[in-house]
Design a protein around this ligand. Sequence first.
Ligand code: NAD
Ligand code: IPM
Ligand code: MN
Length: 360
Amino acid sequence: MRYNVAVIPGDGIGPEVIEESLLVLKKIGEIYNHEFNFQEVLAGGIAIDKTGEPLPKETIELCKSSDAVLLGAVGGPKWDGLSGEKRPEKALLGLRSALGLYANIRPAVLHRALKEASPLRSDIVGEGIDICVVRELIGGIYFGERGRSVKGKMGEAAYDTEAYSVGEVERIAKTAFQIARKRSKKVTNIDKANVLESSRLWRSVVEKVAKDYPDVVLEHMYVDNAAMQLIRNPQQFDVIVTTNMFGDILSDEASMITGSIGMLPSASLGEGSMGMYEPIHGSAPDIAGRNMANPIATILSSAMMLRLSLNLEEEAKTIEDAVTRVLEKDYRTSDIMNSGMKPVGTKEMGKLIVTELESL
Ligand code: NAD
Ligand code: IPM
Ligand code: MN
């Protein structure tokens, strides 16, 4: 089969981690006889530099006509002075919205080999951590009304609005319950319903949707408590469903308890099979260009792409198994390094995973 994949390397470590993911995908193509038609497009800071805008129309068009999109990361200090609409991050938000990708799936899994890399005590980690964060992605405060006002209480003011409608909550809640059905059948809804009206509506809709999934247990938790519980007892979580903003923050926290943000992949999905796949981390300007970035989050994102958009389950599993084997052979990028382990850079880690695939 031939698959059209739009590739957005982006900025900072984006191109570095994408390069390794493409090598892995090419190897999978060779082994299983698939043709991946990778079409590279511009978005983010590099697009601003080359075209004057963060998300050129051609990029949106190509992504829309592709089977899936694979993205590295966008942003960096060079563009931090730009206004909201012109920033590299606007490319990401614009793409998610233009493609209708409302469900962001972020699996936080602690590999057995990485127990030592987790900052949590081994009695807390127990048999491992396997949490799936389901984050609403194209609503809430990220996309609400915002602006500036000269008449603030104490001078000029700025505001961002959190608003959710019933339909937006229903669809993300359904996604979470459907995922939970295939896992340990528990959904923890995380909100701030003790303070926010938008959270009270959110919670009531989640409860209504839950009635269609009587086999799944639903719990509610306030976001402040949840941030604490993720550290105190991560084992209690199976599927987390939450808003755009809370999901952004809690998934970075969840990533760290699995060893590093460099390990966490994500899938962004809408109604069809088309999806966008990216690591949850950013462009990491502090380590960019130094062959230090962990490419595993992006490589695992490409495995999610094979599974969820291209319907290639066996191929996805093959990549995940190759990653596990390389970790079990004690190879580590610096973010997951522990004493006695073998230090490798971005390129070496990518090559090791490709070599595992070759030795199938
Ligand atoms: P970041 O995720 O880029 O980096 C946070 C820390 O994690 C840094 O110390 C970094 O070195 C480390 N890190 C991140 N990915 C790593 C990897 N693969 N391997 C090893 N270490 C890794 O977050 P930030 O510093 O807050 O943001 C930097 C820029 O990236 C900003 O412009 C931000 O807006 C952007 N950003 C983009 C995305 C995206 O494109 N999806 C996501 C988050 C942040
Ligand atoms: C992420 C990032 C983005 C977000 C930014 C860069 C817009 O932090 O994908 O987690 O907040 O969604
Ligand atoms: Mn984030």
